[in-house]
Ligand binder design. Structure first.
Ligand SMILES: Nc1ncnc2c1ncn2[C@@H]1O[C@H](COP(=O)(O)OP(=O)(O)OP(=O)(O)O)[C@@H](O)[C@H]1O
Length: 247
């Protein structure tokens, strides 16, 4: 099948009856409502309207959000009780690279993420340059990150996560800032990676490359299954209205 990473043993990204609430001006607001799922496919895409709860769902798996109730497991790790262990397994790529890039240049930023793994400085630089080359960014290695385009910054943030070789990759809208050429490049790169991938996206071409697609709507997963079943239903709901949800 084209566009499919070679399946490793699928880590289970699991949650049961999970509710997440955030503080609103009039009291707590539910942003995930009794959600249950188990994602084990090499690539799972999470799709849904703006504000439906996709990022919140992704964030559960590396303890960026804490549920008010329910059970979450990242493989065998409980991210609520052991957030550091969950983060060591799950590489999280944010939509907004500014949330992630800490150093003045792309090379330094990737080197920083490697600091805990490679003690030798020359080896760190070599590994970081290797990732920049892989993403077509070698010419930008020593530029100020502020001089990079949004898409280039997004790729640097991705390179810094990939460099530490996490078991699972969670990508929150990774193609948002990318032009078509870079989208295709990113797709090729994702296809070549061994890691299991959980991707939130509005890019239905990217979603179609997943083996499993989940639709989040108004804080719940309302459909999931193979892309050829789920994506046409989602398109239809976007055009003609979503099914009514019951409490
Ligand atoms: N920390 C927070 N404080 C207040 N509201 C929040 C917080 N986190 C999420 N929300 C709200 O929860 C809802 C779901 O947010 P989430 O980021 O999960 O949506 P999304 O489906 O990823 O949206 P988009 O496609 O626009 O990125 C939104 O209405 C958002 O404003």
């Amino acid at each position: 099948m084209p566009g499919v990473p070679s399946p490793g043993p699928g880590e289970s990204l699991y949650c049961a009856d999970v509710t997440v609430a955030v503080a609103g001006p009039l009291g707590p607001v539910t942003v995930l409502d009794r959600v249950s799922c188990e994602f084990t496919a090499p690539r799972t895409a999470v799709i849904g309207l703006n504000g439906s709860g996709k990022s919140t769902l992704l964030r559960l798996f590396n303890a960026l959000v804490t549920p008010v109730s329910g059970v979450v497991r990242t493989g065998s790790v409980d991210p609520v009780a052991f957030p550091r262990d969950a983060r060591a397994r799950v590489g999280f790529v944010f939509t907004d690279p500014a949330s992630q890039i800490l150093m003045p240049t792309p090379l330094e930023d990737i080197e920083l993420s490697l600091r805990g793994r490679i003690r030798d400085r020359a080896q760190r630089t070599e590994r970081a340059m290797g990732w920049l080359r892989r993403l077509g960014l070698q010419e930008r290695a020593h530029h100020s990150v502020f001089d990079l385009s949004g898409g280039e910054r997004q790729l640097v943030a991705l390179a810094a996560v990939l460099a530490v070789e996490p078991t699972v990759l969670v990508l929150d809208e990774p193609t948002t800032l990318l032009d078509l050429r870079n989208r295709l490049r990113l797709r090729e790169l994702l296809d070549a990676l061994p890691q299991q991938q959980l991707i939130s996206t509005h890019d239905l071409d990217l979603a179609a490359t997943a083996q499993h697609v989940a639709v989040v709507h108004e804080s719940r997963i309302i459909a999931q299954g193979p892309p050829e079943d789920v994506i046409p239903r989602y398109r239809d709901w976007c055009a003609h209205g979503f099914p009514e949800q019951h409490a």
